[in-house]
Design a protein around this ligand. Structure first.
Ligand code: 5AD
Ligand code: SF4
Length: 447
């Protein structure tokens, strides 16, 4: 058996993709390892969303070069591959800048990995085309034991790419145009996951609520219809989806939140900024008011829904007043959790050449203020759970003996003292206290 070590950067789709790479290489005799020292093949599955993310890859390559030298001195070998969005965006440039790399391949080539690895034995390989064939049709299924070992919750990509072209974002260039997988492919994959014991599936897409896949009759189905179909799978308890664009939250999807109990009441719906002029130059195609009205409709359909979001501070031209708009929006919405970032110039995107780039110190100061507010809201949201009872899907034993850990509908880790036989089940838990990262409680015995 040869050993494969994959290091994953960035988003959940990269997590999903890393598993697909392992699946693709399994028939060639590669077994996943968590010990990089014993790896025959090291793959960095990279992220290009912000400058820092890409730079991390080059510094990791510096470390890998030394590891590889040591290994070769002892007569061993270590092939190095770069996958993901940096691979897609930089291609040949990576091999020029870091000659230690043997193989560069973009997200649409993972099904061709066995062949690419074979070629890389004798020459440098750079493969960043968008092939005509459907990679999902060509990716081998994981063995049931492999899926079982991956746990009770799983990601499932239903859509890739993005046609929105927000002016700060590289995704439309690295992941390409929006493509939706056909319904039957997704149902089959979900059924296989459930057969291996998976209880919760998170549907993934760069713009997941723009999903428009074909069904067996050749008709286009939206994300809502897909969710209703998945909800029919026996043994599947929870559904989630991420990440969404406000423009694609249609009535059908809002109604799915009303109708489907198993669709968790937790929605990641990035707004990015709280000023109409910034939203316009970001090409978000919606206003602050559109977003607020949309939230009202979603909350009406599913009153217990909690919101998560993404924010960018310091987009070119952002004034103090624009930034105050972002703080106001956050105060009005009351997020359960959110990610926030300083604007990072991405070459090739319209934002990169805009006038009025915001100085770094101003970005840092704004980010700090925004994060203080968001952290405060997250703490308040967690505290608001004390004294309530929530269903928790127990996934594993905790750090302390006698403890088991699961997730609430809002993805909060919940720890209880209980028998490990509860793992794999959903139990009502009375929340009695809140720590820095987790909630604590007791399983409610239903009479
Ligand atoms: N700079 C900073 N943050 C960015 N994001 C995307 N592109 C950039 C960029 N150039 C953030 C957005 C997006 C999240 C995945 O990353 O908030 O929703
Ligand atoms: Fe990027 Fe999301 Fe905008 Fe698409 S919708 S361009 S993935 S931020």
């Amino acid at each position: 058996m040869k050993k494969l070590f994959i290091k994953t950067y960035g988003c959940q789709m990269n997590v999903y993709d890393s598993d697909r790479m392992a699946d693709a290489l399994a028939p060639s005799g590669y077994e996943a390892t968590t010990d990089i020292d014993e790896a025959d093949l090291v793959v960095l599955n990279t992220c290009h969303i912000r400058e820092k993310a890409a730079e991390k890859v080059y510094s990791e390559l510096g470390r890998l070069r030394i590891m590889r030298q040591k290994k070769e001195q002892k007569g061993g070998e270590m092939m190095i591959g770069i996958a993901g969005c940096v691979a897609q965006a930089e291609g040949e440039e990576i091999v020029r800048r870091a000659p230690v790399v043997d193989l560069v391949f973009g997200p649409q080539s993972y099904h061709r990995l066995p062949d690419l690895v074979e070629q890389a034995q004798t020459k440098k390989v750079v493969e960043t085309d968008f092939p005509a064939e459907d990679k999902f049709e060509h990716l081998p299924k994981p063995k049931k034991e492999t899926t079982i070992a991956r746990g009770l919750t799983s990601f499932l990509t239903v859509q890739e790419g993005c046609d929105k072209f927000c002016s700060f974002c590289v995704v439309p260039y690295t992941r390409g145009a929006e493509v939706s997988r056909p319904v039957h492919q997704i149902i089959t994959e979900a059924q296989d996951l459930v057969d291996a014991g998976v209880k919760e599936i998170t549907l993934l897409g760069q713009n997941v609520n723009a999903y428009h896949g074909l069904d067996a009759n050749g008709e286009t189905q939206g994300l809502a219809q897909l969710l209703y179909k998945l909800a029919d799978i026996d043994g599947l308890d929870r559904l989630r989806y991420t990440t969404s664009h406000p423009r694609d939250m249609d009535d059908a999807l809002i109604n799915a939140h009303r109708d489907l109990d198993m669709l968790m009441p937790y929605l990641h719906l990035p707004v990015q900024a709280g000023s109409d002029s910034i939203l316009k130059s970001m090409n978000r195609q919606h206003t602050v008011e559109d977003y607020m009205r949309l939230l009202e409709r979603i909350r009406e359909a599913r009153p217990d829904i909690a919101l998560s979001g993404d924010f960018i501070v310091g987009f070119p031209g952002e004034t103090d007043e624009d930034f105050e708009g972002t703080l106001k929006l956050v105060r009005d919405v009351e997020y359960a959790q959110a990610y926030s970032f300083k604007y990072s110039t991405r070459p090739g995107t319209p934002g990169a050449t805009m006038d009025n780039q915001v100085p770094e110190e101003v970005k840092s100061e704004r980010l700090q203020r925004l994060q203080e507010l968001l952290n405060h809201q997250q703490t308040e949201f967690n505290k608001s759970r004390i004294g309530t009872t929530m269903p928790v899907l127990f996934e594993k034993t905790g750090r302390d003996p006698g403890q088991i850990v699961g997730r609430s509908p809002y993805l909060q880790p919940v720890q209880v003292e209980a028998d490990p036989s509860h793992i794999g089940t959903i139990r009502d838990v009375f929340i009695d206290s809140v720590g820095k990262f987790s909630l604590f409680g007791k399983i409610v015995i239903n009479s």
